[in-house]
Design a protein around this ligand. Structure first.
Ligand SMILES: [Cu+2]
Length: 465
């Protein structure tokens, strides 16, 4: 059981008596119980049991935070605290997050909702929560020192605001940000349209991108790293630990992506093109939507794209910066392509018996190799598919489009069964040697000559206009 039973039933509404409508601060005296989840497995979408209806989102390797209605306020309780997050089987990180996880639970609500969010600080230092992208009263914006006093350890603050527009938002601290975000404090905040049929899709996925710097064999991110991160994550998971996006053939699919790393990520999807339908500022008018297969998600931004799942198969979705589809790796690896290291390997093995020379023909051998590694470290290229190693890590997942799934069935359907004759195959005929055109003769003309003349030093130089 990953969600505590007591809290789960509480969340489903059974224990939360809807209090009589005494509005305002007096009500805040009673705090809703904080629900905690510690498993990194995807939890089923949270279908609203109170308040207006909406089609819930699916948080990759995550979950949505239950609420209680208190009069016409929707009340949530976030707890900022140290957490342990598994990045993929074989590696756990000691992070800071919310309610047992990093990223924290997705908050879902509806355009026009009055939300009251209790934030309890169980960190060793002060914090705040900034509601990234929201239009709200200035004093609710969560910038420590500027718009509110910091939330000291052990204290609980209350944020109250009315949701003014639907879209995709995030939450994160605006206090000791470099440390707190490098430690994994963030979450998604999805505001659904008031009319559940407006912009309706069949499946609606959400994840936030993170960058971490965790030395192989250690557990805690280095918080002073500025650019040289070694783990590129979606919802604090790296491939092969990232959930697939399971879709039924013919459905309309939405993917919401937030970027709280230190660099941009060009997210590329294989298969049919998509269109960006929503950005930080709101929904993109239909006439302005651009069909794409890659969309860049800038730092601090949200991008939402939609597509019709028209092509069955296992389609990769990944960041197109190739080092972002790797796990922790040495960045100062020399390029040994074309270098025969057999002789030197023999010598080195006298000192280091396990030594394996690699990289003479590229680095694909790393993807298949079982190398001795420090504890709590993932191979930098990993994950196996039905045809062999995928040589991927980091920001990579698979959109699995299948016929005949039940609506709302997100369970992994396994590898795609390709219809006979539709997989790339080996040519077994006679391959004639490549015909080369005759090499061009080196030109006999001398290399280009030029003289450098300092302006103003030429004997007959004239001032020209
Ligand atoms: Cu990237």
């Amino acid at each position: 059981m990953t969600m505590s039973r007591r809290n789960f039933f509480g969340a489903s509404g059974a224990l939360f008596a809807s209090a009589s409508a005494i509005s305002g601060r007096a009500q805040a005296a009673s705090i809703p119980e904080a629900v905690t989840v510690t498993s990194p497995a995807m939890q089923p979408p949270l279908v609203p049991s109170s308040g207006p209806a909406y089609q819930p989102v699916v948080t990759l390797n995550g979950w949505s935070l239950p609420w209680r209605m208190n009069g016409d306020w929707k009340e949530f309780h976030l707890v900022a605290e140290p957490v342990v997050r598994e990045f993929a089987p074989g590696m756990k990180a000691h992070l800071w997050g919310y309610n047992g996880q990093s990223p924290g639970p997705t908050i879902e609500a509806v355009d026009g909702d009055k939300v009251r969010i209790f934030v309890t600080n169980r960190l060793p230092e002060h914090t705040t929560v900034h509601w990234h992208g929201m239009i709200l009263p200035n004093g609710m914006d969560g910038v420590g020192g500027l718009t509110q006093p910091h939330i000291k350890p052990g204290k609980t603050f209350v944020y109250e605001f009315v949701l003014k527009r639907s879209g995709t938002f995030m939450y994160h601290p605006h206090a000791d940000e470099m440390v707190q975000m490098a430690m994994g404090m963030m979450g998604a905040f999805v505001v659904h349209p008031r009319d559940p049929n407006e912009r309706r899709v069949d499946r609606d996925f959400v994840f936030i991108m993170q960058s971490y710097d965790i030395d192989p064999g250690s557990y805690t991110p280095k918080v002073t790293t500025m650019t040289d991160f070694n783990l590129w994550a979606w919802n604090s998971r790296v491939f092969p630990g990232i959930d697939p996006l399971v879709c039924r053939l013919g459905e309309r699919i939405r993917v919401r992506i937030g970027n709280l790393t230190m660099t941009n990520h060009p997210i590329h999807k294989h298969g049919e093109p998509f269109t960006v339908t929503c950005t930080d500022g709101g929904w993109v008018p239909e006439s302005a939507r651009i069909p794409e297969v890659t969309t860049d998600v800038p730092v601090g931004a949200m991008r939402v794209f939609e597509f019709a799942a028209s092509e069955p198969g296992d389609w990769a979705i990944h960041c197109h910066k190739s080092h972002h589809t790797m796990n922790a790796m040495g960045h100062d690896v020399k390029n040994f392509i074309g270098v025969d290291k057999k002789a030197v390997a023999k010598t080195i093995r006298k000192l280091v018996p396990d030594y394996m020379p690699m990289g003479s023909a590229g680095m694909a051998d790393m993807g298949a190799m079982e190398m001795p590694m420090p504890d709590n470290t993932l191979p930098m290229m990993t994950g196996f598919g039905q045809y062999g190693p995928m040589e991927m890590g980091g920001m990579f997942s698979v959109i699995k489009v299948r016929e005949g799934l039940a609506a709302g069935d997100y369970s992994d359907p396994g590898p795609y069964k390709h219809p006979p004759g539709t997989v790339a195959y080996e040519f077994t005929g006679n391959a004639a040697p490549p015909v080369r055109r005759s090499e061009p003769q080196p030109s006999r003309a001398p290399a280009a000559e030029f003289n450098v003349i300092k302006p103003g030093t030429r004997p007959n130089s004239k001032h020209q206009h």
